[in-house]
Design a protein around this ligand. Structure first.
Ligand code: NDP
Length: 281
């Protein structure tokens, strides 16, 4: 039987620690500020932005909210980013994705000052992660490492398999596991004999975006399984890329959906904002 890794509780614990850090900074009259830019009213983006603002409030982080029209030009968006880059009081700049089709996402992300890129998507920060230099790591992969560490799951020397090679999850989590001395394999849609590959894993990170695809047949007995996916099942309940019921009896530890990786993402974003202020002090 697996241990259920309670991401909600671990995220709550991290947020408590961060709240204390914000209070410490406040004693020296230092406020941490996150600027959130949303273009258009994509319903999922609205939910994510609201959650980020609510978490800022909870921790005492000041949030600046920019809700731009769907038709906003790329030029106008870039000029807002330049303005925020130059502002001494702004520690983090976050552009909620996806952006409307007429805006080039890459150009926008590249325009953010890497020192304020708390989402960790700027090529500078991607390179910093790869070289082991100081930078910002995206919230989801950083949260996964934190979940493993706080659940006493050893990474050093372990066989780690990541399914998925996206820039926001698969590649950065593979880099982080490598930095923790895991032996890392990245699988993707061209991987031959996926089950044979995943069955080698002591730690299996699943970020494929395919609802409940990974069942017990993909999992080595005793493995720790981290499910990054977010989907809705037929009954409209949230579920992941992993078939939880099937894998639970085989694994030694498993993250549920909801309440696993999800809550960690925002907590780690907040951590990056505080870190940004610290570095600039
Ligand atoms: P992407 O769609 O960008 O990437 C999916 C990856 O899975 C690709 O690398 C793809 O391979 C691989 N893949 C797809 N099908 C298969 C298959 N049959 N066998 C092996 N590999 C396969 O997804 P993301 O990384 O952005 O997200 C993954 C999941 O995580 C989604 O469900 C998303 O909603 C969720 N998510 C959750 C977050 C959270 O906070 N909890 C944050 C971000 C994402 P290839 O490259 O060859 O196409």
């Amino acid at each position: 039987m697996a241990k259920r890794i309670d991401g909600k509780a671990i995220a709550a614990q991290i947020k408590e620690e961060l709240k204390e850090q914000v209070q410490q900074l406040a004693k020296d009259n230092i406020t941490v500020t996150l600027a959130v830019i949303q273009v258009g009213q994509d319903p999922a983006s609205c939910v994510y932005v609201r959650n980020k603002q609510r978490t800022c409030e909870e921790l005492g982080i000041h949030s600046l909210s920019y809700e731009l029209e769907e038709t906003t030009s790329e030029e106008k968006l870039l000029s807002l980013i330049q303005e925020l880059n130059a502002r001494e009081d702004v520690d983090g700049i976050l552009v909620q994705l996806p952006l409307p089709g007429h805006i080039n996402e890459k150009d926008v992300l590249n325009a953010i000052d890497p020192a304020k890129d708390v989402d960790g998507f700027h090529p500078y920060n991607v390179g910093a992660l790869s070289c082991g230099e100081e930078g910002f790591v995206p919230g989801t992969p950083a949260g996964i490492i934190e979940l493993l560490k706080r659940s006493d799951i050893r990474i050093d020397g372990k066989e780690c398999v990541v399914i998925g090679r996206s820039n926001i999850v698969g590649k950065p989590i593979a880099q982080l596991l490598l930095a923790e001395n895991g032996t890392v394999t990245i699988a993707h849609s061209h991987t031959v004999n996926l089950k044979e590959v995943t069955k080698r894993a002591d730690i299996l990170v699943v970020a494929i975006g395919k609802r409940q695809m990974i069942d017990a047949e993909y999992v080595k007995p005793g493995a720790a399984v981290i499910d990054v996916g977010i989907h809705r099942d037929e009954a409209n309940h949230l579920c992941g890329d992993v078939d939880y019921e099937s894998v639970f009896p085989v694994a030694s530890a498993i993250t549920p959906v909801p309440g696993g990786v999800g809550p960690m993402t925002i907590a780690m974003l907040m951590k990056n904002c505080i870190e940004s202020r610290r570095r600039r002090l």
